[in-house]
Design a protein around this ligand. Sequence first.
Ligand code: IPE
Ligand code: IPE
Ligand code: MG
Length: 238
Amino acid sequence: MAEEMKIPKHLAIIMDGNGRWAKQRKMPRTYGHAAGAKVVEQICEDAKNLGIEYLTVYAFSTENWKRPEAEVKKIMSLIREYLKKQEKKMMKENMAFSVIGDRSRLDADIIEIIDRVEKNTKDNTGLKFCVAINYGSRDEMVRAMRNVAKDVKEGKILESDINEELFSSYLDTRNYPDPDLLIRTSGEERLSNFLMWQLAYAEFYFTDVLWPDFNKAELEKAIDKYNKRDRRFGTIEE
Ligand code: IPE
Ligand code: IPE
Ligand code: MG
């Protein structure tokens, strides 16, 4: 890739297509999730090497609880294994890890690992890696609104203090800049309740590649396309 490439500061990814990938191989959907989890590890490394500072990935939505219990269980156990396995590596790689979404519905031991890894890696200066688990944009905004209302009621803020910046500071993503580029794999072209506030001005890149097949070359393709886009932010070209 050419040196003068503009690299998105914050990349967000909807990792989709694990089930179809498994189906193509006549394997259970959970086989696809296991393959997908491995790709996450590699993409973190590729993103870091490309100079991406923030990476946010969608692992489990607030709607994904509607899937068969066995599949949900398997995804949760993959998340558990992933965190256990990556904990040391994230320290070694100087990564700062965080989770967005309503973690209160997760198993207690998973919440415990998340809290620990977040705390241990919070001062790391390498890739800021964020995983969305039991995340839904609408849920995030409702939780934020409740907290805003509570703080107004308690006199911590005034109604007149409420503006875009203040509202952003109540979202789970408060420590992150807005994503510059969103990638969704598997050919679906929708947000599925992901970062609806934060993606207001992001560029969208959709690819038919299924998540377990996603790799560095595909990532570079997305960034190349991003470079050809003209981000006007509402202004006109001079
Ligand atoms: C994405 O892959 C992973 C999760 C939503 C957890 P899918 O499981 O949605 O795979 P497809 O879309 O059915 O192929
Ligand atoms: C979105 O994918 C959620 C994640 C990738 C975690 P889904 O596969 O759940 O989305 P829909 O149902 O196709 O919109
Ligand atoms: Mg899907």
